[in-house]
Design a protein around this ligand. Structure first.
Ligand code: MEV
Length: 332
């Protein structure tokens, strides 16, 4: 028997990679209409899409999918990989494609840590599949398909994370107005340390928890949304201002934003403890992403990053100095 007998691929392949992100300010409140400020970071998900005989085969470090059909009801697909199946299914229908798609996923972004691994996956997956099938793979089309895909597991997703993964750099995002790029210098005038609490969180669960909190405390919640909006405006002003003040002022804003996040119940003892340690070494720290676990960020001067990294590692924290990713989505 020929060694190629089991090979159904036509040889066509499309690869794409997309960065994870940190939310600098505005997580959760962005779901309820305020702006958030995000930046893409130098940790990526890469996906290679190839054609196969039938169905959807996905290989990733969080699991595999192996279906014989491109038409499975979307809810029958194992949760974490459902968005990628959705992308393969939707793009195939759009292209009138009736064979199958293989997706190979590799990731440098820990999942369930608030660093945008699922958004980066959706962005890279959408770009790879659209290109494989010869469809329009402009950034707008990729973002549209990636956000739709994210919403098959998480219907309330604001789209903020996905925008950061596709566009790269630093940006504001709101549900009403979409994204706006924030120009920044290189280096940006502040250093970012990310520390991982090691507690896996579920973004959808945390968003639902905030929704319940909002129902029980609606006037307090709308006051906090207003304060968050004011804080975001202040941060934008700081980012336009003088480099020598950025790190300290952003740190102060982070500490203030953390107090709002604590008010809506997304911090906990272990995160609070980690944030206190980070704060003692930097200008200020806060949760990044959904909270309940996952990561926190701290602002410092760029020339202090190595020292603070060593201190945190010495105290047993899993951390890294994040760089802003300027490229966003890459295809090759
Ligand atoms: C999760 O990284 C950010 C949240 O604001 C949810 C969202 O924006 O979809 C908690």
């Amino acid at each position: 028997m020929s060694t190629t007998a089991h090979h159904h691929t036509s040889g066509a392949a499309a690869c794409a990679s997309a960065p994870g992100k940190v939310i600098l300010f505005g997580e959760h409140f962005v779901v309820h209409g305020t702006d958030a400020i995000l930046c893409a970071i130098n940790r990526r998900v890469s996906i290679t899409a190839t054609e196969t005989a039938n169905g959807v085969k996905i290989r990733s470090c969080i699991g595999n999918i192996n279906t014989d059909s491109l038409d499975a009801p979307i809810n029958s697909i194992k949760t974490a990989l459902r968005p990628l199946y959705y992308i393969a299914q939707t793009a195939s229908r759009r292209a009138g494609f009736r064979r199958g798609i293989n997706l190979d996923v590799t990731s440098e972004i820990p999942s369930g840590a608030g660093l945008g691994s699922s958004s980066a996956c959706c962005a890279a997956g959408a770009a790879a599949v659209l290109r494989l099938l010869g469809l329009d793979a402009s950034r707008e089309k990729v973002l549209g398909l990636a956000v739709d895909a994210e919403r098959v597991i998480f219907p309330d997703a604001s789209g903020a994370d996905t925008a950061a993964s596709v566009l790269g750099g630093m940006l504001t995002y709101s549900r009403q107005s979409g994204y706006t790029n924030i120009p920044f210098d290189s280096p940006p005038g502040f250093g970012l340390i990310v520390a991982n609490s090691g507690i896996i969180h579920d973004t959808e669960h945390m968003v639902r928890q905030v929704e319940n909190h909002k129902k029980r405390n609606s006037s307090e919640f709308s006051l906090l949304c207003q304060k968050e909006s004011e804080l975001i405006l202040k941060v934008l002003e700081i980012l336009r201002g003088h480099d020598s003040l950025k790190a300290a002022e952003l740190g102060r804003m982070a500490t203030r934003n953390q107090s709002y996040l604590e008010s809506i119940g997304v911090s906990n003892e272990r995160l609070g403890e980690m944030i206190r340690v980070m704060r003692s070494l930097t200008y200020g720290a806060k949760i990044t992403g959904a909270g309940g676990g996952g990561c926190a960020i701290a602002f410092t001067k760029e020339d202090r990053l190595a020292k603070i990294y060593d201190e945190l590692i010495g105290r047993g924290y899993d951390c890294f100095a994040a760089k802003i990713d300027c490229a966003g989505l890459n295809t090759f």
